[in-house]
Ligand binder design. Structure first.
Ligand SMILES: [Fe+2]
Length: 308
């Protein structure tokens, strides 16, 4: 089962100038071959299909636990794309005016026409994420080798998107994911080392990314987030430290398992976009209905959720 926490993994800046072309590029990090849907669903299916769990418990725990973090990365990329597509002026320009004319020919038209200026499970060409991206052979060494390759490709794509897209939300996203992807890459390399004796640590950094030179990576590195694997469960996946241990291949610092999920931060409450009916042509009517329902259910007058 999955337990859900209504917070995102790291702070994103609030909406500023929309960047539909940048948002289309960031889609590669969500629904591309090396995107977060791929990391999430590769590790998820591998954990679903994992045999002899008790006999191989530290490895099962590692794959299942990283899958949970990846779900949060899918959420974070989606939040970034929606932030980049949010038009602060859109509230005033509703149909039948030309409130959407300024995005004609820029970025992915489906973001506006099929979606409510939000993320879609697609790559940067608008192609749907594909289940064929999942590799779950059942052979642990093969699956872990694949996962190391997947994390390496993911970091490569993140760096290219960083270089291509200057929007502050995209920069905050890629800075964070480069650091966290690096942790997963180390985790899979170490797991392979534990199983086979092969020294994959000599491959680092792969690709040759100087993360310490990237300003948006630095706060996460200074906090030590490049060394930490978080345990994404109240009780389970206790055997992570059996594999995730030893020195970091690039810095020599000691790897560390944190015995709880990261705190996360509340997401920005993105404003309504009436021109695309998100959440409605007249969002204030939905707010009125919600207020009445809340009162009838004896809930507090103010909404209970937390937003940034
Ligand atoms: Fe990820």
């Amino acid at each position: 089962m999955i337990l859900r926490i209504d917070r995102i993994a790291t702070e994103l800046p609030p909406p500023s100038d929309p960047d539909p072309a940048g948002a289309a590029a960031v889609q590669e990090l969500l629904g591309g071959r090396f995107g977060e849907m791929s990391t999430f669903l590769n590790y998820t299916f591998q954990s679903f299909n994992f045999r002899n769990r008790q006999g191989a418990r530290p490895f099962y725990d590692l794959v299942a636990n990283i899958a949970a973090e990846e779900f949060g990365h899918v959420e974070l990329v989606a939040a970034t794309i929606a932030t980049m597509l949010t038009d602060p002026s859109s509230e005033k320009t509703k149909a039948p005016q030309d409130g959407l004319a300024d995005v004609k020919g820029i970025g992915n038209p489906q973001h506006v026409i099929a979606g409510g200026r939000g993320a879609l499970p697609q790559d940067s060409n608008g192609r749907p994420w594909n289940g064929d991206y999942v590799f779950s052979s059942g052979d642990l060494v093969e699956d872990l080798t694949h996962n190391f390759f997947l994390e390496t490709g993911a970091r490569n794509n993140k760096l290219k998107v960083y270089e291509m897209v200057e929007h502050p939300a995209a920069r905050a996203l890629t800075g964070y994911l480069l650091v966290r992807g690096g942790v997963h890459q180390v985790a899979y390399a170490r797991a392979l080392e534990c199983l086979t004796g092969a020294d994959l640590m000599k491959l680092f950094p792969a690709p040759r990314i100087p993360t310490e030179k990237i300003p948006e990576c630095r706060p996460h590195l200074e906090r030590g987030d490049h060394l930490r694997l978080y345990r994404f469960s109240p009780e389970d996946y206790q055997e992570l430290p059996a594999v995730f241990t030893g020195p970091h291949p690039e810095t020599g610092e000691e790897l560390e398992v944190i015995d709880e999920a990261p705190e996360g931060v509340p997401a920005n409450d993105l404003p309504a976009q009436p021109a695309v009916f998100a959440p409605d042509y007249a969002p204030e009517e939905i707010s009125e209905i919600a207020e009445k329902l809340r009162k009838a259910a004896d809930l507090p007058k103010q909404p209970t959720g937390v937003v940034a």
